[in-house]
Design a binder for this molecule. Sequence first.
Ligand code: FES
Ligand code: FES
Length: 175
Amino acid sequence: MIPTTTISMTVNGAPVGPHEVPDTLPMIDYLNDHLGLTGTKFGCGLGICHACVVIVERGDGTRDTERTCINGAASFDGLKITTVEGHADGATLSDVQQAFVDHFAFQCGYCTPGFVNEATLMIETLKQAPIPKNEIEATIETALGEHICRCSGYVRYYEAMRALIEQDPRLTKES
Ligand code: FES
Ligand code: FES
């Protein structure tokens, strides 16, 4: 008998649960199969490619990304989650999503939900702590460097983020 846990969380602003789930259930399966949120993609399944990351907000207000292929749904109990479905406002894409479209950043798009979540968190961080312009490249590399794109989309993902950061005066400061 597989042990179960009853979980509740907030997903894209809406309360979800309580649901009784097996302790072995990966978060990505909970999102895809139980909640019908299929935007979160299963890539390597080993915690390496970061295609599957979602944004997690903890009780103290701190926000981070977490991989959903190697972490169980039960470990997200009580947290606020943002998946790729939670970024657009109706038909209006978020700034990050629009930048990726404008720069033709992706090809198959399988890695894109992970990039959207990670890049959004990076922009949020820069709003709190602007950087000198000569640190833009390194900041993008640090934020997105663990995300693997098998279609070799890195250059345009990075171009899109560079343009977004450079055009928003809130995100940079004089060095
Ligand atoms: S699918 Fe989760 S890290 Fe690759
Ligand atoms: S666009 Fe295909 S894996 Fe990145």
